[in-house]
Design a protein around this ligand. Structure first.
Ligand SMILES: [Cu+2]
Length: 143
């Protein structure tokens, strides 16, 4: 009986009206460490992250229209956009602010120094690509 008030209190504090955080669904393999790190990066930046560990990532990528040349270790979906790979949370937030008519964002491969791929002070340069619905890419941000 002491649990109920506690539960109600925690519900009130975790879901205040009008301040819901944006949901991100992440598809990754259970053993992928940098995928988990990226999920944590998103959560630390205020996203409500749901992780799905899948065995067949190739079909998940196919289902979501990820071009093989742009593919990375994990695929995420946020408000209808696909986010492929180690895209910084700030770029995802900008996407959600600007709401372009697009398929989503991708960071191909796994550049060292991108969110979830930190290795000390080592930083590779990389581009975040905006992909339109026809599959054309343009540079959205350079890091
Ligand atoms: Cu990775």
């Amino acid at each position: 009986m002491r649990l109920l008030p506690l539960l109600l209190t925690s519900l009130l504090f975790t879901a205040p009206a009008g301040a819901q955080s944006t949901e991100v669904t992440v598809y990754k393999s259970a053993t992928c460490g940098c995928c988990k790190n990226w999920s944590q990066h998103m959560a630390q930046n205020g996203f409500d992250v749901t992780n799905h560990d899948v065995k067949d990532l190739i079909s998940v990528k196919r289902q979501h229209g990820v071009q093989p040349r742009l593919s990375s270790c994990h695929t995420a979906v946020v408000e209808g956009y696909v986010i492929e790979g180690h895209v910084p949370a700030a770029d995802v937030k900008r996407l959600l602010r600007e709401r372009p008519d697009a398929w989503g964002l991708a960071v191909a491969g796994m550049p060292i120094g991108s969110p979830g791929m930190e290795q000390g002070n080592v930083k590779q340069r990389y581009d975040v690509l905006l992909i339109d619905k026809q599959g054309n890419t343009s540079v959205y941000a350079s890091h």
